[in-house]
Write a protein that binds this ligand. Structure first.
Ligand code: ADP
Ligand code: MG
Length: 311
């Protein structure tokens, strides 16, 4: 049940062809890669590319917010490994007609986010062309003393948690202004043993499968427990609201797993300021089921539609 979307098929193709080196502790397949670093700490590296007209629309979002998002999407991937962001490299391809002014506005947003996370802009590359704006951010971070949290350590019986609430991000503009869960990830990593983690960019119903694939497990998801963001209009029918929380994406919340004992502690102690919700459990078999109004259904890979995809 591999992910058959062309983008992921290409990434698999690349993954199979690359040589491996012992310094690369974790390569393709997680939120970020982990390279051997100094004295028990390791380097975490992640890259994100945003293209005008595909990932953002300068008519709908200011260039400052686009810059901020370009940085924070990467910060979120470092957070997903429970790391601390350190240094960024920016590749930018500017549309010739709008070059300098546009670049300054984008960098205002990049610097905003970089200052917030104490990230140094350490290099990059600048081109211009007759096409749309393209920004690529490479971000390096360091693991804490406890190492990186990957997507692959989930065990059957582990409890599934999410930070915050899901859905409505694109329509409300939250996808531009979200706060990456760096502090939450580090606080959680300090207080319990995180067995696996990722950040939700494509949507819970889609990203959950990446965690399950890498951990070789299935899941039972309690749809009635999924926290729905207030950005999802409350006037919508309950099933539609749940669909929005599962599918909308760009939440940049953390999805993580812990042992049941640690899960009980998290619910009791809530060690980070952001709400934590238990939304399900990992299972031995590779099936993914979703409970809606007390009834169990099969959750299809890549999304859930209240009328179409439910088996
Ligand atoms: P995320 O949504 O967390 O940013 P992606 O789905 O973009 O993750 O990427 C999944 C994995 O594939 C990551 O480990 C990423 O580094 C890797 N990857 C994506 N595109 C490429 C590429 N063109 N070449 C090599 N690795 C890639
Ligand atoms: Mg990610």
């Amino acid at each position: 049940m591999a992910d058959e979307r062309p983008e992921f098929a290409l990434i698999e193709w690349i993954r199979r062809r690359t040589v491996t080196r012992p310094e690369v502790l974790i390569g393709i397949g997680d939120d970020a890669s982990v390279l051997q670093g100094p004295q028990g700490r390791n380097w975490i590296t992640t890259v994100d590319v945003l293209t005008e007209g595909v990932h953002f629309d300068l008519a709908a979002a200011s260039p400052e917010l686009v810059g901020r998002k370009a940085m924070n999407a990467n910060v979120s991937d470092i957070a997903a490994m429970a790391g601390e962001p350190v240094a960024a490299f920016i590749g930018i391809v500017l549309p010739r007609s709008r070059g300098r002014l546009l670049a300054e506005a984008i960098y205002a947003g990049l610097f905003d986010a970089a200052r917030q996370w104490n990230v140094t802009l350490a290099g990059g590359d600048t081109n211009s062309w007759d096409g749309p704006l393209v920004i690529s951010v490479t971000l390096m971070g360091l693991t804490t003393g406890q190492g990186a949290v990957t997507r692959s350590g989930g065990k059957p019986g582990d409890w599934l948690f999410v930070t915050g609430a899901l859905g409505g991000s694109l329509m409300s503009g939250r996808h531009l202004t979200f706060t990456p869960r760096v502090n939450e990830a580090i606080a959680l990593h300090r207080s319990v043993s995180l067995t696996s983690m990722l950040d939700i960019s494509d949507g819970l119903a889609s990203d959950l499968f990446h965690l399950l694939d890498e951990s070789h497990v299935g899941a039972r998801l309690d749809g009635d427990a999924v926290p729905i963001h207030e950005d999802v209009p409350s006037a919508l029918p309950a099933d539609v609201r749940l669909g929005r929380a599962l599918n909308d994406g760009e939440d940049f919340e953390l999805l993580f797993t812990v042992s049941p004992d640690d899960g009980v502690r998290l619910l009791r102690e809530s060690p980070c300021g952001t709400p934590l919700t238990k939304i399900g459990e990992l299972t031995n078999d590779r099936n993914v089921s979703l409970r809606v109004h007390g009834e169990w259904r099969t959750l299809a890979r890549g999304g859930w539609t209240h009328s179409l995809d439910v088996g």
